[in-house]
Every structure is written in C-alpha cells, then in structure tokens.
Design a protein around this ligand. Sequence first.
Ligand code: HEM
Length: 228
Amino acid sequence: MKEKIYIYRAFERFWHWMQSLLIIFLGLTGFEIHGTISFFGYRNAVAYHNIAAYSFIVLIIFAIFWHFATGEWKQYLPTAKNLKAQINFYLFGIFKNAPHPTKRIVLSKLNPLQKLVYLGLKLLVIPVMVFSGLIYMNYRYPQEGGGVEGLNIGSIEPVALFHTAGAFLLLAFVIVHLYLITTGTTITSNLKAMVTGFEETENNEETERLKETENYNDNKQLSEVTNG
Ligand code: HEM
C-alpha cells in the first residue's frame, strides 16, 4: 500500500533550497575568480561572490538557531547501526532492486551515510569555507599593504588553498548528491519530498512500528501546526 509520510518541515525545505542556490552561485562566481570559467566578468564575480557569501552567513545563522530550537541537530549524530548495510545498498543492492535498508520519518530522516556526510559538511567543510572566505575578504592585497591585521597572516596563499579545496569538495558533493536524489523509492520521490515535505513510500511493518512511537505523532502535529 502506498502512503505519504511527512519528512521535511517548511523551514528545512526553505533552508535546503536557499542553501543549494547560494552554494551553486558561490561555486560559479568563485570558479570565475579562480580563473576556471568566465561568465559575469571578474569584477562582477567578486562583487556577487561577496553578496552571496554574506547571504549564506545569514542563512547559516538562522539554520543553526533552527537546529537547536527544534532539537533537529540530534538527527546528525553519527551511528554505526546499518552503516554497512547502507553502503552495500548503494554499491550493490540498488542495482538488484533490493529494498532500502533504512526507513525515513520526520524523526529519523537521515540514513547512516547521510548522517556522516552531512555532519562532515556542517562541522568541517562549511566552517572552512566561511572562515577562509572571511579571512580572504579581510586580506589587504600587497598593493594595499598586504597581510591581515591582527591575524599575522603575511600571505593569502594557504587560505586560498583551503578555500579552493573546499570548493572542489562541495562540487564533488553536489554531483554525488544529484545522483543520490534519484535513488529514492521512485526516481523523483526524494525530490518531491524536499519540495512538498511529504514522501510517498510503500507502507510496511517497519513504518507502522515507527509511527506508533509517541514522538512521531507529537512531531507530526507540531510540524503541521508550524507549517500552517
Ligand atoms: C561564507 C562563505 C564564503 C565567503 C565569505 C567567501 C569569500 C571569498 C572571497 C573574499 C574570495 C576572494 C575574492 C577575491 O579574490 O577578491 C573567494 C574566492 C573563492 N571562493 Fe569563496 N567565499 C565563501 C563561500 C564559497 C563557496 C561555498 C564556494 C564554492 C562552492 C566558494 C568558492 C570560491 C572559489 C573557487 C574562489 C577562488 C579561490 C582562488 O582562486 O583563490 N566560496 N571567496
């Protein structure tokens, strides 16, 4: 039997899509600054990159607040349970039509691999991008005297290296992410879930068991209220 399960709340969907737009735009303008592509023109690329970067920082502040206010941060705590099963699924099971090893609900929306990767992005890659980017912004180029006052940085090179390496990591993430979007119950079910909040899945015993937990219903009501 098919049924719809609520997974992503309104703010989360807004945050996800804003974040994707900003990261893609920062990637485009950043790689123009780097000299890889040419689209807006160098000067515009720098100006747009700065505006997008400030917008990204504002979004991050709201997202951090949301994660702690709702307790959603706990979803990212890594777990070894089912980790191997999830890796095996993507490497082998998926090509043999095997069932997904983990089930998603609003209380447990991330599979063990996602927990690891998203935690790594949140704790490592994004902070590296923000801090190296901010240092980059405050660096006075040699023609202006060089260095970052107060930080004792005489050359921007190591900072640029971290910032560019992070940009390549994010690019790799986006490519893998786009592929994984298509690997849900149907080719578009993951995408639809991030647009509407609801995922259409096969109902089975595991879903029923999860739904019987008190928190699931509390959370569902809460999210319906917060979504208006
Ligand atoms: C809040 C986050 C960010 C800040 C504050 C920031 C800031 C900056 C600044 C100030 C520059 C140097 C511009 C110049 O030379 O005048 C730069 C370069 C660059 N940025 Fe960002 N950025 C951020 C996020 C990102 C993201 C998410 C990406 C990729 C998806 C990215 C990719 C790049 C690239 C590739 C360069 C060129 C690096 C080089 O060639 O040295 N940035 N960024």
